[in-house]
Design a protein around this ligand. Sequence first.
Ligand code: AMP
Length: 613
Amino acid sequence: MYIVVINCGSSSIKADVLDHYSGKYAGRMSIERIGESNPVMYVDGNQEPLKNAATHEEALEVALPRLLDCLPEDVQVAGVGHRVVHGGSQFQRPVRIDDEVEQAIADLSDLAPLHNPINLAGIRAARRIIPDVCHVAVFDTAFHATLPTRARSYALPQDLSDKLDLRRYGFHGISHAFVAQRAADYLGADLRDLRLITCHLGNGASVCAVEYGRSIETSMGLTPLEGLVMGTRSGDVDPGILIHLLRDGEFDVDSLDDLLNQQSGLAGLSGVTNDMRDIIERAGEGDDRCRLAIQVFSHRLRKYVGAYAAVMGGVDAIVFTAGIGENSALIRHRVAQRLEFLGAHLNEEANRAAELDDESPVARISTATSRTHLLAVETDESYAIAEDVSQLVLEKDRLAGHRPIPVAVSARHVHLRQETVEVLFGEGYQLTPRNDLSQPGQYAAEETVRVIGPNDEFSSVRILGPTRNIDQVEISRTDEFALGIDAPVRGSGDIANTPGIILEGPQGRVELQQGVICAWRHIHMTPDDAKHFGVSDRDVVEVAVSGGDRDLVFGDVLIRVSPDFQLEMHIDTDEGNAANLGADAKGTLISTPGQARLQRRKTTFDPVEAAAE
Ligand code: AMP
């Protein structure tokens, strides 16, 4: 399926036509210097004249038909994808564009005044020029919709933050998600088993902690100004500086905006250029300001890498991508210095030799014995967008006629090992089934335990049987605050790096070292059900629930497949209350993940071979 992908920047447009499955390009066009007196257009690498390009819409009116004319005859365009920088809180996944969506993107312009209006201009022009296919907006913020509240909140008065939507959104999500998946494919691992730090180092730069496939921290915030040192953007500065400059009277809002967005970063530090290649060259010739620019850039990133490893309690791979990350051995070397404490050892030879292209888009630059992999990974945002568009084009047919899914609300409960049961209830004690649960063989036991947190405790927490090979305590977010504990959202059984808690029974106490989770909402299903819904074990989907008086769409729902399961969605009490669900609640699967993404590239990394190197 061929998709047109349109990416409108401040003075440039890129439009690619590519196959959603292989990522192979059928045509490429770019326009530079829009709004200036001498705009230029390149079609498939050849420069062509372009007279009327005062605005993005004018430029596309000429250039898009030209690109379509150049396509081979057998290439039929099935959809158009638009990169949109800011999706606010509203857009947490790609969306088909209609007039309402167009308006919503326009309404978000306050949050991204430099980007969204331009993205919208591209959308309007392309919908006019290619009217008969599905147009999809893919948001740079969407991947970061999973940032936990603690990571996305600024320590400002809550009322003000609520009123003005002041929160961290994060950007470059299309790239972070894509290179994370590419790294996992290369390592032959499931992304949902990995803790990654992805460093997108281009003219704009950001870093992201991808924990088990979900963005849980990222360096950009409300706007793409926060975080790393960038080409012309300052990244993190003490907000006191802004107050100082405004109070001093030398700057007003517009000049401050210009200072931080256009005159800072590498350009400000070096005093000459925002281009890392030139900075590296001048630093080599002895330019002190360029040397400082490199030092501040690398130091800031290394600081974030350490912080994100701490946030995730470890890291399996650190990924470098975009112009600087893919091409600069020197910057990768500087950032990777002193990361040995994380088990990350750079292979200097491999780092220097790394050359990425479409044939080999990933290079491992860590030593064979490095516990944490260091990878240079080529990003391809157009490919990522094309995949998302193809999903929405295909999804409509695939989801038609799906069965409703029963929804059950789970109260807080514990699963125990037999050894733990015996400490709490006495030697040789066996749990007594009280009533069967929907999943075959599972039951709620007569027995309950007291769960004791640092802040408060719950008596009579039900034990679910039969006993298992790990102890696990499942609580809701509200319970967390009452107990005073910080439980991560996890799938059942995935308890590494989770907090512990004290359990008390009639005969004894157990201090668990780990095992408290806030259960990841999930759907149990059989392999036949999975076939019916077009999903696989551990996919993540969206489900609309009804049956209460507060209908709700739950994103981020985990699929669990086993022949021993029965079709049922499980949510916790907070989630059930949010939808006010009754006993006969039902859910409808409204989106599935991309089959193409799941089947795509297979691994090229062989750990056995690597160890033998
Ligand atoms: P991007 O925004 O991803 O196109 O990245 C642009 C940045 O990548 C610019 O700062 C370039 O100087 C930088 N870049 C590209 N190639 C190299 C290279 N070989 N060494 C250092 N920086 C590079």
